[in-house]
Design a protein around this ligand. Structure first.
Ligand SMILES: *[C@@H]1O[C@H](CO)[C@@H](O)[C@H](O)[C@H]1NC(C)=O
Ligand SMILES: *[C@@H]1O[C@H](CO)[C@@H](O)[C@H](O)[C@H]1NC(C)=O
Ligand SMILES: *[C@@H]1O[C@H](CO)[C@@H](O)[C@H](O)[C@H]1NC(C)=O
Ligand SMILES: *[C@@H]1O[C@H](CO)[C@@H](O)[C@H](O)[C@H]1NC(C)=O
Ligand SMILES: *[C@@H]1O[C@H](CO)[C@@H](O)[C@H](O)[C@H]1NC(C)=O
Ligand SMILES: *[C@@H]1O[C@H](CO)[C@@H](O)[C@H](O)[C@H]1NC(C)=O
Ligand SMILES: *[C@@H]1O[C@H](CO)[C@@H](O)[C@H](O)[C@H]1NC(C)=O
Ligand SMILES: *[C@@H]1O[C@H](CO)[C@@H](O)[C@H](O)[C@H]1NC(C)=O
Ligand SMILES: *[C@@H]1O[C@H](CO)[C@@H](O)[C@H](O)[C@H]1NC(C)=O
Ligand SMILES: *[C@@H]1O[C@H](CO)[C@@H](O)[C@H](O)[C@H]1NC(C)=O
Ligand SMILES: *[C@@H]1O[C@H](CO)[C@@H](O)[C@H](O)[C@H]1NC(C)=O
Length: 426
């Protein structure tokens, strides 16, 4: 179940010896037993959706997503090593999390996924076969900082989609590698990606509503074969039949959000009836990782899942959680990472783990990661995040209707006890 770290570190140092100039760090293979994962990036453009941050509001709205797609192991055609981030994104993210000293080390630039590059000749894949999980990043970061979480969840049999919102993300490359400055959107939203949002003001509302509108674009586009083609779906990587699309939306969509993304997730979970049929809550899973929800003013039976941070960001620390909590009449659960910081709920703890031999100083430079998350040399916070997310998804999608739910739950608890022992406080 756990990643073979010893073996893995051995293979890294082998790689370090082999390549003289720039060593590459490989993310671990995801742990799913039945699926390999292929990764594809799509560019949606909705001319009819105004972009409130673009100087020309009639230019329409762009949204970038990455799709982490599960492929049954027997049809995967072979291994490839896609970049963790495109280059300009890696530079911006490096400066953000490691400061300007990171320029020489190029931490993000050298990380690669181990992914599947497509299916065997003659095989196809059915995109309606899997529930969809949308990962909504925190404001001021990028979707790429959640790629390893996405790949891990996808390997359990989910289509995972990470979303970048232009001018809200730190940087969005609409056409990576083109070098055109017009195709790069830098952050304009004046919200700090390192602090919990308080108060909820007009800046937050504008960013929040823009994200909801972007999610409409994403869900509408994923359902449409023609749009998928023009968005650049690489059918070598994800070969779907003519006119197929991700039709299981909306009922099968789950949203895992971090920071401002968590606000979106909790909000959508509590809607009695949504403005969009595509975002309707049903048995879907909505997880809020360290995000402030909008004020929930009346009673809701929606299951609420909040992962907080202690000290500093438990529900008592947020006026909106505080005031909304009495209205949660169904299951409402809070888990707090102690002692935690906001980017413990991202790939950063894992990044620190796999790059530690190449960049021993990275742990001291990193911003937003707590001692449990990475500085003591473990990737525990990353494992906790992925395993709990997977567990909640599993409870909703895999075990429902099976007679053996209780037995599976016990298996699950056994499997997770190791992780929970190092996850000190709930
Ligand atoms: C697919 O997954 C299995 C088990 O994790 C692994 O052994 C295999 O190398 C993977 N294939 C590719 C192409 O990554
Ligand atoms: C980053 O830049 C290098 C060298 O210019 C290039 O070889 C590589 O393909 C680029 N990677 C990405 C993901 O754009
Ligand atoms: C690191 O790179 C950034 C962005 O390219 C640049 O602004 C900064 O001056 C560089 N810092 C150093 C120390 O080279
Ligand atoms: C893959 O393609 C081969 C050859 O056409 C076929 O025999 C096999 O059943 C296919 N497997 C799957 C899982 O679709
Ligand atoms: C960028 O956009 C501006 C205005 O839309 C245009 O004048 C300019 O030619 C574009 N530059 C490139 C490199 O495409
Ligand atoms: C709005 O609130 C955020 C925190 O949620 C704060 O960072 C920002 O400065 C505020 N903006 C204005 C214009 O007051
Ligand atoms: C799919 O998108 C195309 C292009 O935007 C549009 O013409 C078509 O009507 C859409 N199909 C459906 C079923 O919505
Ligand atoms: C699609 O993916 C394959 C396999 O990685 C790659 O060789 C090919 O260049 C990609 N096609 C496009 C248009 O990006
Ligand atoms: C929601 O779930 C119920 C019970 O599982 C099901 O009957 C209903 O069709 C679902 N609604 C949607 C919109 O999928
Ligand atoms: C939340 O409620 C508790 C007790 O009801 C109170 O002590 C605390 O100050 C409140 N926190 C905020 C941020 O409103
Ligand atoms: C990486 O994480 C694993 C598992 O938590 C741990 O055993 C290992 O010591 C860590 N490696 C480094 C270099 O921090």
């Amino acid at each position: 179940m756990f990643l073979p770290s010893a073996l893995f570190l051995a293979s890294i140092s082998l790689l370090a010896h082999l390549t003289t100039s720039q060593a590459q760090q490989l993310l671990p293979l995801p742990s799913g037993r039945d699926y390999n994962v292929t990764i594809s990036h799509l560019h949606f453009h909705s001319p009819s959706s105004p972009d409130p941050y673009h100087p020309d509001p009639t230019a329409g709205r762009h949204v970038m997503i990455s799709v982490f797609y599960p492929l049954r192991k027997n049809i995967c055609s072979g291994r490839c090593y896609p970049a963790y981030m495109p280059n300009a994104t890696a530079v911006v993210s490096g400066a953000q999390f490691f400061g300007s000293q990171q320029n020489d080390s190029r931490i993000f630039e050298n990380i690669k996924f181990q992914a599947c590059c497509g299916v065997k000749q003659g095989n196809m894949t059915n995109p309606t076969a899997y529930p969809v999980v949308v990962i909504e990043p925190n404001v001021g970061t990028t979707r790429f900082l959640y790629g390893a979480i996405a790949q891990e969840i996808a390997s359990q049999g989910y289509v995972v989609v990470t979303v970048d919102h232009p001018y809200d993300s730190s940087i969005v490359e609409l056409d990576p590698g083109s070098g055109s400055e017009n195709s790069t959107a830098l952050k304009k939203v004046e919200l700090d990606p390192f602090v919990a949002m308080n108060p909820w003001n007009a800046t937050v509302t504008k960013a929040f509503n823009t994200r909801l509108s972007d999610l409409e674009i994403v869900t509408t586009s994923l359902r449409n074969y023609t749009i998928l083609q023009s968005a650049g779906l690489n059918t070598t990587l994800i070969p779907i039949p003519q006119n197929a699309a991700f039709n299981t939306l909306p009922a099968n969509t789950n949203i895992i959000g971090h920071g401002l993304g968590g606000s979106i997730s909790t909000y959508l979970s509590t809607l009695p009836s949504t403005p969009s049929p595509y975002l309707a809550a049903n048995s879907s899973v909505y997880i809020n990782l360290a995000g402030t929800p909008p004020l929930i003013p009346s009673d809701t039976y929606a299951p609420i899942l909040f992962f907080g941070l202690s000290p500093g960001f438990r529900r008592e620390d947020s006026p909106h959680w505080n005031a909304s909590w009495p209205h949660f009449r169904g299951d409402a659960t809070e888990w707090d990472l102690f002692p935690g910081q906001i980017y413990d709920y991202s790939d950063l703890p894992l990044i620190l783990n796999i790059t530690s031999s190449e960049y021993p100083g990275a742990r001291d430079m990193v911003r937003g990661v707590g001692p449990v998350g990475g500085k003591v040399g473990m990737k525990v916070a990353w494992e906790v995040t992925t395993k709990w997310v997977w567990a909640y998804l599993g409870l909703s999608w895999e075990w429902k209707g099976r007679a053996s739910v209780e037995r599976r739950l016990n298996e699950f608890v056994g499997e997770y006890q190791g992780v929970m022992r190092t996850y000190p406080r709930v």
